[in-house]
Design a protein around this ligand. Structure first.
Ligand SMILES: [Zn+2]
Length: 195
């Protein structure tokens, strides 16, 4: 137990929208960079809320990254240099082939940090993040502040009435809510639709 960890580990940073996941991720990337560990940083093309080739936190910090379409794109990029770490932002948007790839890298001694939403706006788990959390060595689950009651929030509530599972948006379409206020919000929307 007190022996040194092997260098290959899988870490997941998760939580609802507005919980500071990207800020947390940028902190880790900064440590990797101080340690001079060559790191590949990717995010899916689908997430273009702020900029295509940068990861942005709400505190205004940003870090350059690659925008990729698929897990195969990540594999291709990873092969191009002698990377020792892989950082994936918005990992919930990738398909489940990411699981095997991440596992393969960790066995080879690569450090993997995946960041993403654990639940969609209905509070259904994103399978890919659930699976990554299961195989991870370390999970950090962050909380936001519920916009309704100001308690800790672990859910993302969609204020627009769209039912698409994936709908990119920010404070215009989502707010952080605790479980109870999330449920109350859903009931309220249902009643609104019936009337
Ligand atoms: Zn609340």
């Amino acid at each position: 137990m007190y022996r040194k960890y092997s260098s290959g580990i899988i870490e997941v940073v998760t939580g609802p929208m507005f919980s500071g996941k990207t800020e947390e991720l940028i902190k880790r990337i900064t440590v990797l960079s101080y340690s001079e560990i060559p790191t590949l940083i990717v995010k899916p093309v689908i997430d273009n809320r702020f900029s295509h080739n940068e990861i942005f936190s709400r505190n205004g910090r940003s870090i350059k990254c690659y925008s990729v379409d698929t897990v195969d794109d990540i594999k291709e990029l990873f092969r191009q240099q002698n990377y020792k770490a892989l950082v994936i932002d918005e990992a919930q948007f990738f398909d489940e082939s990411l699981i095997d790839f991440v596992e393969e890298l960790a066995v080879k001694g690569i450090r993997v940090i995946a960041c993403g939403l654990d639940q969609d706006f209905r509070r259904k788990p994103f399978k890919i993040i659930a699976n990554l959390m299961a195989i991870a060595d370390q999970v950090t689950k962050l909380k936001a502040v519920c916009l309704s009651c100001k308690n800790a929030a672990s859910c993302s509530f969609r204020t627009s009435l769209s039912q698409e599972t994936i709908e990119i948006g920010d404070t215009n379409k989502y707010e952080a809510r605790c479980r109870l206020c999330h449920q109350n919000g859903l009931n309220h929307q249902k009643n609104k639709k019936i009337s």
